[in-house]
Design a protein around this ligand. Sequence first.
Ligand code: SAH
Length: 253
Amino acid sequence: MSGHLSVIGLGPGAPEQIPPQASVALAEADALYGYGPYLNRVPARPGQTRHASDNREEGVRAAAALRHAAQGGRVAIVSGGDPGVFAMAASVCEEIEAGPDEWRRFDVKIVPGITAMLAVAARAGAPLGHDFCAISLSDNLKPWELILKRLDAAAEAGFVTALYNPVSQARPWQLVTALMRIAERLPATTPVIYGRAVGRSEESIRVTTLAEATSIEADMATLVIVGSAETRVIAREGRETLVYTPRAAKVMA
Ligand code: SAH
């Protein structure tokens, strides 16, 4: 029997934000691999085995799933959000490239999901309405100097920037340092959005400015979107503000 590997994005947290294609792929799998809290979001199915692992063990988890599929298993690996955004799909590709030939001989399907950046943006308005980029502030897999270089380049080029992994337990200062760096290049009034646990019961969205942003707490469940010089906030009586970036760029960054 030929094996199969699906790499599935579960979206930001709400069950209705799991794409139907992902639900079908989950139902078809005989074995699920993933970080424990993500596996817990998948409805149980009798006969389906679960292989939970620690969040940091992405390469080990991908290799275990590939070995299982190479033995003929119908295997799925789950990620939060989209599996291709700072998540398992790239780990799986790395392991296939470095691994034995038999890991290239079965179907691998990457099933897209709603990434945190899109879920937070939708809750706040349309901050990603013009050019944007995404930067992970985690320096587990790249040097901090490179992160600073990319923050500078993004702010100078006029991109709206989504900051993934804003705070790590080992480095609680990363987000504040990053925001201060961006503030050297953008106006203090630039809108900043903090989206925490979007799509889950404890969800919160907060809109602030670059000058105020450094005093706001963030954790690993937070995504921060820093606007560009074009990004605007519409106040509405009795309603949440709408943050948006107009479709046309007028300011020369
Ligand atoms: N593959 C995931 C991202 C993994 S990196 C995706 O596409 O969304 C993990 C980071 O994503 C977190 O530190 C946080 O910055 C962000 N994130 C994930 N889920 C989130 C949610 N529900 N609300 C806000 N941010 C979230």
